[in-house]
Design a protein around this ligand. Sequence first.
Ligand code: PMP
Length: 368
Amino acid sequence: VFIAPAHIAAISPYQPGKPIDELAREFGLNPDKIVKLASNENPLGMPESAKRAIVAAIDQLGRYPDPAGFDLKRALSERYDIDQAWLTLGNGSNDILELVGLALLEPGSGVVYARHSFAVYRLATQARGAKHVVVPAVNLGHDLPAMLAAIDEATRLVFIANPNNPTGTYLSNQAIEDFLAQVSAKYGTRVTVVLDEAYNEFLEPQQRVDSVALVKRYANLIVSRSFSKAYGLAGLRVGFSMAQPQLTDLLNRVRQPFNVNSLAQAAAIAALKDAEFLAESFEVNRKGKAQLQTAFEQLGLTYVPSFANFVLVKVGDAAGMNLELLKRGVIVRPVAGDGLPEWLRVSIGLPEENQVFINALTDILTKA
Ligand code: PMP
């Protein structure tokens, strides 16, 4: 019997999307016919430019990766006009979220985040024996005034996801800036705000928060970004953060020295420079979103208008619906664990994948 600290024993693990092979085995389905719209991955797969960069980098694998990630940071620094001393690379942006928890929390610290937001905020909090303060959502999105009011003496961290997962909701630049201004006026750098922008690239350019400008203005802000979504590199695990050097330095103290592997670094540089792939990802997502949302309207289903690469749809008995979809070879994401037992989250796929899902959904609803 292992004796774990109570706060560790209390954690319920992250529930990942069901892998294709597992479903194929369970239901005796042909894995090639299964459509997976469960993990907000890029339906185009990875960019060819990143594949070429990986092949070119293969010979470096006998050595450790660059622990400072110099080339990738240089590329990011040019792309975002931000000094390298403000950047931290992560093994996925999950790693960044964990690093923030490691660097800033201790048992008894408080962490504020919204109900129905990304599951890792809870995990990063619990792993440190910190207390979570989960603020009720408005219209399934973040209620920033209520989050501000929830900050107390113990609070060290606030997590904000924009767009949010699993709801796909969005906060404006103005709303975020107002929040930051009030938090820093009241609490200085005692409370750090994590602005999680994993889905940023799916926003229309005019909707995007100028997070680099915000980071330059607010010493208590850390912005995290991901290469897993629009850049198509989920399997490689790369993310990064931007924050002022003092905060960045704290993250660096708890970061594993070789947390981003050589292939991931090389591929991320290529993907970052591949404007064509990014534009195509954006277009596929924009069209797929319209396809799904139109289908939901025609089926009379309520959905949350999405700002990301997935749509949250209300189906009533989501567990039952999920099972019926699985039997038809369609994997989506139940979100009961996020407090949304009547909803399913569907990642936006290629047009034909979306259609397979829509057909299955229509079939189930008309038989019910
Ligand atoms: N933040 C949000 C809001 C997410 O939805 C995800 C992925 N599900 C992540 C962070 C982490 O993504 P990754 O570690 O692949 O960068």
